[in-house]
Design a protein around this ligand. Structure first.
Ligand SMILES: Cc1cc2nc3c(=O)[nH]c(=O)nc-3n(C[C@H](O)[C@H](O)[C@H](O)COP(=O)(O)OP(=O)(O)OC[C@H]3O[C@@H](n4cnc5c(N)ncnc54)[C@H](O)[C@@H]3O)c2cc1C
Length: 229
């Protein structure tokens, strides 16, 4: 059993570049200039200005001409359930039907004391037992492993897995959709688990391709971000 607090990670597997080595910005510029028949205006450093202008004008469909593939690990099934609601993306997620989850990694709220005995359970033998979050995860793990040992296959035993169970996922989306995901998931209203990791991810892509994401402002505590007005 392992309880993960603040252990969510992202890894950018790919940021789309052209077959001739064009950067994401150059690809977007090339596509965008098709509208104006202005490819002849392309210079070594025209892409930044052009893409910045396109983004500011709100012609966001042009930003769809480059994509990013990202792997998220150390995150829960709750996180991935929220992530896959974004429909304009492709996903591949670890299967809890076929993959045994006996290593039992569960994400937990970062600021809670997980050892504190706060919940009193009524046991089937009529006694009471006060347990902590950690104790419960331990019992849950014993139950899952017990079912597996008793011959239940993973897809049956998974019915008792908690929503906090770790669930690696790979997501591919274009840059317009990533902007949309950051807008919704870095907002204060989003759940802490997805919000905290998305803010870290946003911080990284702001460095990699600032022109696409530099209108996002990350809060001082790095727990949320919004688009600057
Ligand atoms: C803080 C928060 C709380 C939430 N709470 C709940 C909840 O309690 N219950 C719940 O069920 N969901 C909840 N959601 C999920 C939410 O309802 C959306 O399903 C999710 O955010 C995906 O966003 P989206 O639909 O804008 O975009 P995406 O699927 O990422 O699509 C991007 C954009 O493309 C366009 N688009 C995509 N598909 C279509 C389509 N079929 N037709 C027309 N336009 C389309 C829309 O403009 C959309 O905004 C919550 C989300 C957040 C951020």
């Amino acid at each position: 059993m392992k309880i993960l607090q603040n252990k969510g990670k992202f890894k950018i597997l790919a940021l789309m570049i052209g077959i001739d080595g064009k950067s994401p910005l150059e690809l977007i510029e090339w596509a965008g200039r098709t509208s104006y028949k202005s490819h002849h205006k392309i210079t070594k450093d025209s892409a930044k200005k052009f893409v910045g202008m396109i983004r500011k004008l709100g012609h966001e469909s042009v930003l769809e001409h480059s994509s990013m593939i990202v792997e998220f690990t150390g995150i829960s099934r709750g996180f991935t359930h929220e992530l896959v609601r974004h429909r304009l993306a492709s996903y591949t997620q670890q299967s809890s039907r076929y993959v045994d989850k006996s290593d039992f990694m569960v994400t937990a709220p970062p600021e809670k004391n997980l050892k504190e005995k706060i919940v009193e359970l009524n046991l089937p033998n009529g006694t009471k037992l006060k347990i902590s979050f950690s104790d419960w995860v331990n019992l849950n793990e014993q139950m899952y492993r017990g079912l597996r040992k008793a011959g239940w296959i993973a897809q049956d035993a998974r019915q008792i897995l908690p929503i906090g169970i770790d669930s690696p996922i790979v997501m591919t989306a274009n840059l317009r959709e990533w902007r949309h995901v950051f807008k919704l998931r870095c907002n204060k209203a989003a759940h802490w688990e997805i919000r905290i990791l998305m803010v870290k991810f946003l911080k990284e892509v702001k460095k990699k391709i600032p022109i696409i994401f530099n209108d996002f402002e990350i809060a001082k505590d790095e727990k949320s971000a919004t688009i600057k007005k």
